[in-house]
Design a protein around this ligand. Sequence first.
Ligand code: FDP
Length: 394
Amino acid sequence: MEASVAFYARGAFLPTTSSKHSSALVSPPSSISPSFSSKILKSSSLFGESLRTVPKSSLKGSKLKSSNTSTTRCEIGDSLEEFLTKSTSDRGLIRVMLCMGEALRTISFKVKTASCGGTACVNSFGDEQLAVDVLADKLLFEALEYSHFCKYACSEEVPELQDKGGPVEGGFSVAFDPLDGSSIVDTNFTVGTIFGVWPGDKLTGVTGRDQVAAAMGIFGPRTTYVLALKDAPGTHEFLLLDEGKWQHVKDTTEIGEGKMFSPGNLRATTDNPNYAKLIDYYIKEKYTLRYTGGMVPDVNQIIVKEKGIFTNVASPSAKAKLRLLFEVAPLGFLIEKAGGYSSDGTQSVLDKVIDNLDDRTQVAYGSKNEIIRFEETLYGSSRLKAGVPVGAAA
Ligand code: FDP
């Protein structure tokens, strides 16, 4: 295990080994023993050291009293392996999440070292030159196959089920967007991978609420892996340390009120007067605009800052483009596990049945009052409403 991770770390940070990545991805964690993580955490790293020299107990305490029924408690400072083994007894799910973490680490390195010309960004993969989103796609499929617990995998790039050979009983099906925001990779904005994990062999006829886990990999100035598990409270952020380890740095269990907005598909305001009214409200009320055009950083900021609203609203001329399976449901799971709310205008996006792999929807994520305002302004009432109006609808 230690050797394989050391190899990953070399692969991630020394380009000379990058041609081995294809095979590297099929030789990751052979065990998920927590003792491995503590050994690795002892190695020196300027960035990681500041977290590690402080005993875990004196770091900002996790808000979680206990993330499962056992007596072990998840702590800030835990490695990914420690966190997962404390949070779930499902060894197959742990394996899937660890393998996806390995893929995210490699994708992060490939995004950071891509050469960009025009709007395309390419990187070497063995002897091939591949666009980074195609490369990310390939790495994620390999990681899922290697996990041995993935039945079907499905990517937004080619929305067809691929049999990865895992079991139906005790196994999972995973849907992912390999590199969301690929149109902003060349501008060096933050981009990310999104994925959702469903039990068994179904990715249609299910809802977002059926997910057992969801996550995003965020490739910005820092690389983070933000994940939530059905059986554990909260949404959790892991930082990629410079020796290649993921370390638990934050948990979010509440999204409070705060004036920050992230308005997608603004062109819809030209023929959706209610969306225009909502945007006017944010401006009149002096909300802070924070929008990159990348759904991963734009939604992640709500989890990190624990406030705000993200909207992507449709109109007759600007149809919904965000995919329910690959983007909206996994991010809805992360937001709701973090204590926030989601909506398609009338219901939580986690309650929408995924009829087709390519289903699209409008969406909002945010605090409770922001989602009430969103629903009231768009459709005149909110299922979450209790008491006084929250503004903008009138
Ligand atoms: P992109 O087209 O760059 O891949 O998922 C699609 C997406 O990005 C989201 O990441 C982003 O939130 C959205 O499109 C941006 O849409 P608008 O340009 O309409 O705001």
